[in-house]
Design a binder for this molecule. Structure first.
Ligand code: ADP
Ligand code: TRP
Length: 351
């Protein structure tokens, strides 16, 4: 990690800390894996890491209460099956650490309505039905800021779609620090977004994001898809008739080709230029089988391991409970200090 990044807040002097979360609202796909999970695994050796299950965020849209726990365990299983090591990283359900909701309330009183009005994800998710959306969905980015700053996290690995929420987190940190005369109290977080996996597109349309809300299952590769399903989806992925170009520059205007080359590069841990050095000039008849083989090789074992873990709820719960305790031991003193800065009474306060 670039050590200079953590100094984005000139006076923040705390340790580097990495944090991210994924909503527990449905099955994960290749976009979540490449945009988030792969980075979790890479970063877990670089600083203290917290990776939580965002179940408070999930309920901003209706969730069947019976499915809440299985869905949460499924995302935890996806983290671990992808290579997040619970001995290195702290894994926990957001709702089990009540400090998240408490800090979110304080931040509700720091963030401005004008800031939330600019959030494009809320507009995209609600479309014409703004009036019918939950207040929680509107307030979603403020809770996200609380998730991050509750641990004074300095780096947040996410996909590109989360960039605006991280900018809001920086605005909230800065305004809090100013309003309460506490320079450097909250760090200004750095997003970790780079790389060819930051924005994986639909297999059916290279101009729209791969997403769990796309009605076509053919548009995405789910982490729980078996080898046959994965290979078949790649074989059927939309392409154009031209062979692959020799340079990244020439992928412009060819969104589907660009997406498949990006997926290959992200899965192989290399750059698009490298992929084109090997496949430039070759047709999709050659490239697609190679991509299918690589994707099956990387993704199918994750699905298998997820299934094994989901059948071991007691083992999962032990990991989550240990995570909750560790998370809370970091969060509680930071929230207590935040409340002191705001001026709330506390039994421990001596003045
Ligand atoms: P979705 O957008 O499918 O509902 P989430 O909002 O739960 O997924 O996102 C979880 C993580 O995965 C976030 O870090 C998000 O930025 C990332 N992510 C989601 N979709 C993609 C994508 N198509 N490409 C890259 N990263 C993505
Ligand atoms: N909003 C993120 C998403 O949709 C999930 C999330 C919630 C998150 N809180 C976070 C990501 C804090 C990073 C840090 O994917």
């Amino acid at each position: 990690m670039n050590q200079d990044d953590a100094s984005a807040s000139p006076t923040y002097a705390g340790p580097e800390r990495i944090l991210s979360g994924v909503q527990t609202s449905g099955a994960l796909h290749l976009g979540n894996y490449l945009g988030a999970l792969v980075k979790f695994v890479r970063l877990q050796d670089q600083a203290e890491c917290l990776f939580f299950l965002a179940d408070l965020h999930a309920i901003t849209a209706w969730q069947d209460p019976e499915l809440m726990v299985p869905q949460m365990r499924q995302i935890a299983a996806a983290y671990i099956a992808s290579g997040v090591d619970p001995k290195k990283a702290i894994i926990f359900p957001q709702s089990a650490v009540h400090e998240h909701a408490e800090l979110a309330w304080i931040f509700n009183c720091v963030a401005r309505v004008g800031w939330l009005e600019r959030m494009t994800q809320f507009k995209d998710k609600t479309g014409k039905d703004r009036e019918g959306a939950s207040v929680g969905l509107y307030d979603y980015p403020v809770l996200q800021a609380a998730d991050i700053l509750l641990y004074k996290a300095t780096h947040v690995p996410v996909g590109e779609d989360q960039k605006q929420h991280l900018e809001l987190t920086r605005d909230i940190a800065q305004k809090f620090n100013n309003d309460f005369s506490a320079p450097g109290f909250f760090p200004l977080v750095e997003p970790v977004i780079e790389g060819p996996g930051a924005r994986v597109m639909s297999l059916r349309d290279g101009l729209s994001k791969m997403s769990k809300s796309d009605p076509s299952d053919q548009s995405r590769i789910n982490l729980l898809d078996d080898a046959d399903a994965i290979a078949q989806k790649i074989r059927r992925a939309k392409t154009d008739p031209e062979p692959l170009p020799e340079t990244v520059e020439d992928l412009k205007g060819r969104p589907e080709a660009n997406n498949l080359v990006g997926i290959y590069a992200a899965l192989a841990g290399t750059a698009k230029a490298q992929v084109l050095a090997e496949f430039g000039g070759k047709g999709f008849g050659i490239f697609k089988p190679a991509l299918a083989e690589l994707t099956v090789h990387k993704i199918a074992p994750i699905g298998e391991e997820m299934r094994r873990l989901m059948n071991e709820p007691a083992e999962m719960d032990r990991i989550l409970l240990a995570g909750v305790e560790k998370a809370q031991s970091i969060a509680a003193p930071i929230l207590a200090e935040t409340k002191r800065l705001v001026g709330f009474w506390s039994p421990k306060r001596n003045a």
